[in-house]
Write a new protein. Structure first.
Length: 202
């Protein structure tokens, strides 16, 4: 069994290393460069550990960490699409991600591949407390990064404060009202500090 499984597992890990080369739209907080997906996934895993007390009671922290560590692996094939993209662009991204999940998780032995596909689907569907919290953290992190980079990604992509509220409130509040209350305050602070694009002149 090991002779069959191990080469497949190592091949998957080698492929997963490509996540380090997928750039997101968000900037890291300490430099004028874009974050890569591997950095993002690690940071979400750390956020899950630190912020778990704000999740729904009974959270399975390990399952949440597993979800955030694998949720963006599909972007190795599908690439990153900004959260504020059009509905058509999001639909196309979702289709690319479905195909990517089949290919990437299909590299693993069947039992492991099926489990990772299930975790990915759980994250996307947001039906469990773990998935809701993982998705909320995925929305919290870019808000924090933009706050500390003076809205670099927001301003570069024409994202307004209201767009940030509309996109993020349903996801974050559903998982953690306390986290949303804090994010709402930070968005208002960012707005007051000029972190969003200037409104068009009349």
């Amino acid at each position: 069994m090991t002779s069959e499984r191990l080469p497949a597992q190592l091949a998957f890990l080698r492929e997963a290393d490509k996540l380090k080369g997928i750039l997101r739209h968000s900037r890291v907080t300490f430099a004028a460069r874009r974050e890569n997906d591997a950095e993002h996934s690690w940071h979400l895993a750390l956020a899950a550990m630190i912020l778990a007390e704000y999740a729904e009671p009974g959270l399975d922290l390990l399952r949440t960490i597993e979800m955030v560590l694998i949720h963006d692996l599909v972007e190795i094939d599908a690439g990153d699409t900004i959260a504020y993209a059009s509905d058509a662009a999001k639909a196309a991204q979702a289709e690319r991600e479905r195909a990517a999940a089949e290919r990437l998780f299909g590299l693993l032995p069947a039992d492991q591949g099926s489990r990772l596909r299930a975790l990915f689907g759980e994250f996307e569907q947001r039906r469990t407390r773990e998935a809701r919290f993982a998705r909320a953290l995925d929305r919290v992190q870019p808000i924090l990064q933009n706050l500390h980079s003076h809205g670099a990604a927001w301003r570069a992509n024409g994202v307004t404060a209201q767009m940030v509220r509309d996109l993020n409130e349903p996801i974050i509040r559903d998982a953690s009202p306390a986290l949303w209350q804090r994010m709402e305050g930070l968005i208002a602070e960012a707005e007051a500090n000029g972190c969003f694009p200037a409104p068009d002149a009349p």
